[in-house]
Ligand binder design. Structure first.
Ligand code: ATP
Ligand code: FE2
Length: 341
């Protein structure tokens, strides 16, 4: 149990997809670990209604445990932030409803935040980088982003599914439960440690980049074909990671070249992966740039990142009227005006 006394905090509620999470950040930007619960479907993919029911079921206990662990009283809370989008409608609505109720009960301002921008801001908070190109690799999103004026502009992205979604789907086809990305990383590492002379040509997969954009449906189908042809699962996991991650890193490198920026920041759940971290580091080193990533608990969806963006918005005098607090499942990264440094 964590027992810490904190004052003047922003509480954040994350509920865009599979995770319900409450987190907090102090007004000087000091973040604290979130309390999270991950919905794991018994079979198949994530059904939005079932995930939303999970969030409703666990919300009260999760919030109590956050309040107890930090010995938090309502009078120490300055604002309540929530993910307004993008995400799954039913899941977003659970988080928004909780946040509205808390805003009224605690008598504090409500702040609806852009989930994608929150991944960026917690990364900046944690790593100290200032003006990075962001490689945002999660289940639902794969984007290369750079700040231009008052927006985080998307300068390259997946044209079909997110990279994490692709890894999870491939895993599910092999009977590996959600989330499959971490297990694929383990299988790839184990296979490579027993096959140090491995050759990518022996487990060939497509490598798909169109300009600054990516896609992952083709590689997903091809990976399953390699399995059907009798390739070892570990070998296919290894090749899948090598191809998919290299494609992301290539787009990120072009973004660094085009923008002239010298920092690369990884964010999103797939940024937990040691191989994509290692590839980022190699690429950056070769071009005199620096790679950054936050701790794993701040790469995956978490309430603390929502609180951190909420803090920046509140300190920029931005809050959300309850009448304007409806969720937006298709909110874009570049929709949000950035008025803070
Ligand atoms: P978003 O709404 O931003 O798209 P998300 O709902 O996908 O986020 P995250 O928690 O950011 O949620 O990311 C979850 C994804 O991260 C899952 O697809 C999971 O498989 C993947 N992931 C987590 N750890 C690893 C890892 N070590 N290697 C590869 N993928 C990972
Ligand atoms: Fe996310």
């Amino acid at each position: 149990m964590i027992h810490q006394c904190v004052e003047n905090v922003v509480v954040g509620v994350e509920s865009t997809a599979h995770t319900l999470s409450f987190g907090l950040v102090e007004m000087d930007g000091t973040p604290h670990s979130s309390k999270s619960s991950l919905f794991r479907p018994k079979e198949g993919g994530i059904h939005p209604r079932e995930a939303a029911d999970h969030h409703s079921d666990v919300a009260a206990d999760l919030l109590s445990s956050l309040m107890n662990d930090y010995e938090l009283e309502p009078n120490q809370i300055s604002a309540i932030a929530f993910s307004q989008g993008p995400g799954l409608g039913p899941c977003l609505r659970v988080g928004a409803t909780i946040a509205r109720a808390l805003s009224i009960d605690w008598n504090v301002p409500l702040v609806g935040v852009n989930h994608c921008v929150a991944h960026i801001e917690i990364g900046r908070n944690q790593t100290g980088c200032s003006d990075p190109v962001l490689l945002y690799v999660s289940g639902g999103n794969t984007q290369v982003i750079a700040r231009a004026g008052d927006r985080y502009q998307v300068i390259g992205e997946t044209l079909d599914i997110g990279i994490g979604n692709m890894l999870d789907k491939f895993a599910r086809m092999q009977g590996i439960p959600f989330p499959g990305g971490p297990k694929i990383e383990i299988l790839a590492d184990e296979w490579l440690s027993n096959n140090s002379d491995a050759n990518l040509d022996e487990v060939s997969l497509p490598y798909s980049i169109q300009g600054m954009d990516l896609n992952f449906s083709g590689i997903l189908n091809a990976a399953q074909m390699r399995i059907n042809e009798g390739c070892e699962l570990g070998a296919v996991c290894w090749s899948l990671q090598e191809h998919a991650f290299a494609a992301c890193i290539e787009v990120a490198e072009r973004a660094l070249a085009h923008t002239g920026k010298t920092e690369l920041l990884l964010g999103g759940g797939v940024a937990c992966n040691e191989r994509i971290r290692g590839m980022s580091e190699i690429m950056c080193k070769e071009r005199g740039a620096t790679a950054f990533w936050p701790e794993k608990k701040f790469c995956v969806d978490n309430g603390t990142m929502i609180a951190e963006l909420g803090r920046k918005m509140i300190q920029s005098n931005i809050s959300t009227d309850i009448l304007e607090s409806s969720v937006n499942p298709s909110l874009r990264t570049d929709h949000t005006t950035i008025v803070w440094e």
